[in-house]
Design a protein around this ligand. Structure first.
Ligand code: TYD
Length: 200
């Protein structure tokens, strides 16, 4: 089973993804946890390029293709081989992140984006995707004043509002695969909903 977690920065998706991983591990299930961008040697190098604030002249298309390259490495080096070994694979972000950030938030035309997403994921589709739904305004309350922002997090409210809305549109277009969770609820309650849904 391939499970992905999506949401804007500070939605709490990584907390839930890791909690699920730890829970399944305790239950002695065969499970691995990976994150995007990153997860392989090459993908982690691409991650550095993507998040480095010095790369402020990166074009939208380069950005999208780098995320896609990182994804294809992760998919073929880790995700597919582990799924073949009957592992549960938990991934913190997958191609829906590109649709939301580079498509709805950025300037990549959605039809072309969807085609590249298919290539980058080698046709693999998550079995379940949890969307931690939260408004950009609410995430501001969670940010610590001292925290440093990466190249993408530096973008402002207009961008993040579009990304958050984009996620909801994607979820509504893929109702069977998606579960929308209210990210403003206590994290314990959100986790119970995830477990109930997965029935594991
Ligand atoms: P994130 O998982 O939020 O990293 P962190 O460990 O810092 O929480 O991902 C880093 C950033 O990359 C985040 O702002 C979202 C962005 N992103 C995209 O814009 N497109 C993508 O396809 C992916 C996977 C991430």
């Amino acid at each position: 089973m391939f499970i992905t977690f999506e949401g804007i920065d500070f939605s709490g998706k990584s907390t839930q993804a890791k909690q699920l991983y730890n829970y399944l591990k305790r239950k002695k299930k065969k499970v691995i946890f990976v994150r995007e961008p990153g997860g392989t040697k090459l993908s982690e190098k691409i991650r550095e390029l993507l998040l480095d604030k010095k790369n402020d002249n990166m074009t939208n298309v380069s950005e999208f293709l780098l995320f896609s390259a990182s994804r294809n490495q992760l998919t073929n080096e880790i995700i597919i081989p582990y799924l073949k070994k009957k592992y549960i694979v938990i991934c913190d972000r997958y191609y829906d992140s590109s649709t939301a950030y580079q498509g709805y938030g950025g300037k990549i035309e959605l039809n072309s984006l969807s085609l590249v997403n298919k290539i980058a994921s080698s046709g693999l589709i998550p079995d379940r995707t949890f969307l931690l739904d939260i408004s950009y305004k609410d995430t501001l309350k969670r940010k610590t004043k001292t925290g440093t922002e990466d190249r993408i997090e530096k973008r402002k409210s207009d961008y993040y509002n579009k990304v958050a809305k984009g996620y909801l549109t994607i979820a509504k277009q893929n109702r069977k695969r998606f579960r929308i969770l209210d990210a403003m609820q206590p994290k314990e309650e959100i986790f119970i909903k995830i477990l109930k849904d997965l029935n594991i």
